[in-house]
Ligand binder design. Sequence first.
Ligand SMILES: Nc1ncnc2c1ncn2[C@@H]1O[C@H](COP(=O)(O)OP(=O)(O)OP(=O)(O)O)[C@@H](O)[C@H]1O
Ligand SMILES: [Mg+2]
Length: 258
Amino acid sequence: MESTATGGAAPGGIRPTGELVRLTDVQKRYGRGLAGVQALADINLHVAQGEMISVCGPSGHGKTCLLNLIGMLEPASEGSVVIANLQVSRLTEPARADLRSALVGYVFQATGLVPALTALENVLLPLHFRGSLRGAALDAARERGAELLARIGLKTQTHHLPARLDASQCQRVAIARALMTRPRLVVADEATSRLDSGAMRMVMDLFALHQHEDGAAIVISTRDQRQLSRASRTLQLHEGRLLTGANDGARRTLRVQG
Ligand SMILES: Nc1ncnc2c1ncn2[C@@H]1O[C@H](COP(=O)(O)OP(=O)(O)OP(=O)(O)O)[C@@H](O)[C@H]1O
Ligand SMILES: [Mg+2]
């Protein structure tokens, strides 16, 4: 059974324009037999361009696992994962890496900043993976990177190394890095868990801007109820199964798939 959307236009007038992600009958297991873990079961889900989706659920119920499948970081054990009309399991690892680099901005639960690089250099990193930057292109990239950092309250930390940043600031650098390439799909795993309300607002505003300007789809996992009002759709994971529910306040109902 397909997960349900809120119907009509999402908040902010964004209308989904095309399908970016489709998961069909997906299972994810780690290990085998009695020692095995069924991390995800019977997942059916689509994500359209221009949507912001929150994935909620208690710790250990499969949020990171689901986002890793959507971000092509891990393969499904069974079922079909289609990203940008490509069947991910049929791609070679280099082709999958290219697609990921071209399409996805990923914010890891552990921020994964490079300690020897400044905040701005960390933000520019995804561009360097696409080839060397020089001259005007490098200047433009540095300008965009600095602007992203400024928008989320890190103007004075632009040239600081991660060791000089607190957890909230590191998390925001990781978010700016994920948006640097204007990815069509942003996958953010607990991206706001260490943010206070002010920083949280700036980050959600930046995500919304990216959603509006670039028509990106944004999938955010969270245990944080503050995020839900910004999402076009909220999905709940419970013991690896997706419950579905419309993000419509009082009318919210949840039901188990299948
Ligand atoms: N590499 C792995 N090997 C074995 N089991 C794993 C692996 N990764 C995740 N799991 C298991 O899969 C289940 C889902 O884990 P996942 O990390 O997706 O949960 P989560 O909802 O993201 O939790 P949290 O909120 O704590 O980040 C858990 O039972 C976890 O122990
Ligand atoms: Mg997790």
